[in-house]
Design a protein around this ligand. Structure first.
Ligand SMILES: Nc1ncnc2c1ncn2[C@@H]1O[C@H](COP(=O)(O)OP(=O)(O)OP(=O)(O)O)[C@@H](O)[C@H]1O
Ligand SMILES: [Mg+2]
Length: 421
């Protein structure tokens, strides 16, 4: 009798316990939300529990980088605090992180959740980009994959990105408190970017087309050495989804005409973007600036006109000309090389090794005259009509239809492919 009483009490206790657990779960669900609850209940990977991709015979290049668990990166970035956010691009936000040993890192939180990329695919791609190393490419120091989170950890670049220095302080007398880039530094940056691209295109074992060469993807270390960032990142995103380069969301000014119009992607699309970027570095202005007088709004067009009229010095940032070490002949040569890079047909543009050769040779040696860039024909478009100003970023992902149909302010004038005539 006593035994059966005890088992009834025990059963009742179990039932009460189960009910209490369910009520508690219900409360948590309501107040914390399903996502947080799922995260709390997910078994945690112990810090020492490094994925097997990082050890053993198959580890390859992964052995040279660090595996971070999510909690470490969360702590380093102060819980991915807004104040730690360095910026946000097409791949997701980037945060400044401080590791326990005091090292600063930039943590890129990839928005790959939607693409459903599995852990093994992620590590395969990380392994690939880890093998690409050059002094003008940003170094990957580690990565993290936990649940749907995919994070890449890069060395932190003290002088941030080129766009910030080049454009932000342009209006302010003191340069907006940012360091000023004189002629020698600009030259060093141009040659460094060209060398990084030469490596990606011609020397790395993967032969990578960057696709998104622009000022914000050039980071500067403490000595203002340029480092190309975001190479190989397109590999994390299936062609048809998720990745939305801010090149397309923002300005198309860096995009080679054949890539923008026909989606034709070769290394020469990077050469084109490099040419536009060099013109920006020379002039200290953005490739498209609709606040300027009509004939100056599009940088390659403006540069071409000045080149034709032998007025290249007018293109160069006045502060650079007034500063130390400026050499007009060198600036003219750099401008001519940039114009060679933005020639209309990919085959006309130099390979990056050729660009490096021309950039580093003496000014008394001759370089070929460039052909006129593929100009944008504003008149044609205006006649075709349509108002593309409200076109959404998603629609822009299809460059072909976008270029054919949209006279938006950013791409007011699509390229007339008249090949320099
Ligand atoms: N390693 C780094 N060190 C310092 N700052 C960085 C680093 N990586 C990125 N940043 C900063 O974060 C900003 C955002 O970078 P992100 O690559 O996400 O965007 P983006 O370059 O503007 O666009 P996209 O996604 O097309 O590359 C950059 O402009 C740069 O200022
Ligand atoms: Mg970037």
């Amino acid at each position: 009798m006593a035994a059966s009483n005890a088992s009834v009490v025990f059963l009742a206790l179990i039932i009460v316990l189960v009910v209490v657990i369910f009520i508690l779960l219900g409360i948590c669900w309501k107040f914390l939300g399903p996502a947080i609850l799922r995260r709390l209940l997910r078994p945690r990977r112990a810090p020492s529990d490094v994925p097997e991709y990082f050890s053993g015979n198959m580890s390859g290049n992964l052995r040279t980088i660090t595996y971070f668990d999510y909690a470490t990166l969360k702590k380093a970035t102060r819980d991915f605090h807004q104040k730690n956010q360095l910026g946000r691009g097409g791949f997701g936000p980037v945060y400044l992180g401080k590791l326990e040993d005091g090292r600063k890192v930039a943590v890129k939180q990839l928005s790959v959740g939607k693409s459903g990329q599995g852990e093994s695919e992620f590590f395969v791609e990380v392994n690939m980009i880890t093998s690409i190393q050059h002094k003008n490419l940003v170094r990957l120091v580690g990565c993290c994959s936990e649940g749907t989170q995919r994070l890449l950890v890069y060395e932190y670049m003290k002088n941030k990105s080129l766009d910030k220095i080049l454009f932000a302080g342009a209006g302010a007398a003191d340069g907006g408190g940012l360091p000023f880039l004189g002629w020698r530094r600009r030259q060093q940056i141009i040659v460094g970017i060209a060398r990084g691209l030469q490596y990606l295109h011609e020397e790395s074992n993967l032969r990578i087309v960057h696709r998104d060469i622009k000022a914000s993807n050039i980071l500067l270390d403490d000595k203002f050495q340029p480092k190309i960032s975001d190479f190989g990142l397109a590999r994390f995103f299936p062609e048809d989804q998720t990745y939305l380069s801010t090149a397309f969301a923002g300005t198309l000014g860096y995009t080679a005409p054949e890539y923008a119009i026909r989606g034709e992607l070769t290394v020469k699309a990077d050469t084109y973007s490099f040419g536009v970027l060099v013109l920006e570095i020379l002039s200290g202005r953005k490739n498209t600036d609709l606040s300027l007088p009509n004939e100056m709004q599009y940088l390659p067009e403006h540069a071409w006109r000045l080149y034709e009229e032998s007025r290249v010095p007018e293109l160069v940032d006045g502060r650079v000309q007034a500063g130390e070490g400026f050499e007009a002949a060198e600036a003219m040569q750099v401008c001519q090389i940039a114009l060679l890079c933005v020639q209309p047909h990919p085959s006309q543009r130099p390979a990056m090794s050729e660009a490096v050769r021309m950039l580093t040779m003496k000014t008394d040696q001759s370089i070929p005259p460039p052909l006129k860039p593929a100009f944008l024909d504003r008149k044609n478009l205006k006649q075709e009509g349509g108002d593309g100003a409200d076109m959404t970023a998603l629609e822009m992902r299809s460059p072909t239809s976008y270029w054919m149909m949209t006279p938006s302010p950013m791409v007011d004038r699509p390229y007339d492919m008249s090949f320099g005539k």
